[in-house]
Design a binder for this molecule. Structure first.
Ligand code: SAM
Ligand code: DTB
Ligand code: SF4
Length: 365
């Protein structure tokens, strides 16, 4: 690898942090990252990388707070896409039973439960390539979005590719954020999915951003990709303008029957490096420590939080696979002195203009 100067310190003027009543620190949000720069950061000695990530984190994010997002599969399995990691693809025999779109009331009951457990965001996932245009099912999803918002929760959905009209309808229904992952680098993408292109994904992300819906976009590690692929994906995300509001970092859950079922588990320190690099490249984003947490120790999760992760999926199920239960996550937060981000904090500003709460950042002094 060529020798590259590790970028920093941050001196731009796009993400603001109030360190005390007297000082305001500016953190630059850049959309011109090169892979070499990002790789140099990613490969720093881990303690240096953590230190750099903490500097950015403390300057831009609410202190000691973790956003709790609950996830629900509202339509499961029988998906026509061939994403190699996915237990819901109809191309693989994974034992996941296909289920029709859930009723609105049943989804809202789950959202209410999630709220009572402490979640501030509720994310609804459907195993679709894209919602059917003008369908009854899509109208039902719009009702779900309105209902989740009426409960005082942020509403997120992940339904596959969207067209302009669908995006606008979701916006009008009150959708807070839309999750659509890049999954990996452009170069490696063809090894993982053949039924839609990288450009298709970027197009949906651009539609969502243009409609004024927050973009939640990230990817997966542990699919046989190289470190350059991981860094390449982060650079593509960081160079989107605006940068994503949230960035899920998933470790592959290798589900038997999928083409990736023999991948070896991701080393937890590699996840820490991804979280830290994402934090430095995307100062205003919530970095979400996502799939794979069930097999991480508490200490490894805390290292990810130190690296800049400040959001998790909350509840004992992701879409079809397991996740730590409410009690163990609440105990982890309590023992670490962290607290769930309240919905009004979570509502926040735009990713590139997020200001941490004065109380939280003043405590840094
Ligand atoms: N069908 C929609 C789509 O693909 O856009 C939405 C749901 S899809 C399951 C959402 C994301 O979950 C995928 O893009 C992928 O990043 C993540 N995911 C799916 N299966 C996973 C697995 N086995 N391990 C880790 N992440 C996974
Ligand atoms: C994301 O990046 N990860 C979540 C959410 N967005 C939709 C999904 C993880 C799915 C893990 C496999 C499963 O449970 O089916
Ligand atoms: Fe279908 Fe989404 Fe799974 Fe791909 S990731 S197979 S689109 S449910």
């Amino acid at each position: 690898m060529p020798s590259v100067k590790v970028p920093g310190p941050y001196a731009g003027n796009l993400a603001y942090s109030r360190h005390s009543a007297k000082t305001v620190q500016m953190i630059e949000v850049r959309n011109d990252w090169t892979r070499e720069e990002a790789r140099a950061l990613h490969d720093l000695p881990l303690t240096d990388l953590l230190f750099r990530a903490q500097e950015v984190h403390r300057a831009t994010q609410p202190r000691d707070a973790v956003q709790l997002c609950s996830l629900l599969s509202i339509k499961t399995g029988a998906c026509q896409e061939d994403c190699s990691y996915c237990p819901q693809s109809s191309k693989y025999d994974t034992g996941v039973e296909a289920e029709r779109l859930m009723d609105v009331d049943a989804v809202l009951a789950k959202a209410q439960e999630a709220k009572e457990a402490g979640a501030s965001r509720f994310c609804m996932g459907a195993a679709w390539r894209s919602p059917k245009k003008g369908s009854r099912q899509f109208k039902q999803v719009l009702e779900m979005v309105g209902g989740v918002r009426a409960l005082g929760l942020e509403a997120c959905a992940t339904l596959g590719m969207l067209d302009d009209e669908q995006t606008q309808e979701l916006k009008d229904a009150g959708l807070t954020a839309y999750n659509h992952n890049l999954d990996t680098s452009e170069e490696y993408y063809g090894e993982i999915i053949t039924t839609r292109t990288y450009q298709d994904r970027l197009d949906t992300i651009a539609r969502v951003a243009n409609a004024g819906i927050s973009v939640c976009a990230g990817g997966i590690i542990g699919m046989g990709e190289s470190i350059d692929d991981r860094v390449g994906m982060l650079v593509t995300l960081a160079n989107l303008s605006p940068q994503p509001e949230s960035v899920p970092v998933n470790a592959l859950v290798a589900v038997p029957g999928t083409p990736l079922d023999d991948q070896k588990p991701v080393d937890s320190l590699e996840l820490v490096r991804m979280c830290a690099t994402a934090r430095i490249l995307m100062p205003g984003a919530r970095v979400r420590l996502s799939a794979g947490r069930a097999s991480l120790s508490r200490e490894a999760q805390l290292l990810c939080f130190m690296a800049g992760a400040n959001s998790v999926f909350f509840g004992d199920k992701l879409l079809t696979t397991g996740n730590p239960d409410h009690d163990s996550d609440l105990a982890l937060l309590r023992d670490a002195g962290l607290s769930p981000l309240e919905p009004e904090q979570a509502e926040g500003g735009h990713a590139q203009h997020r200001e941490p709460s004065a109380t939280a950042s003043d405590a840094a002094e």
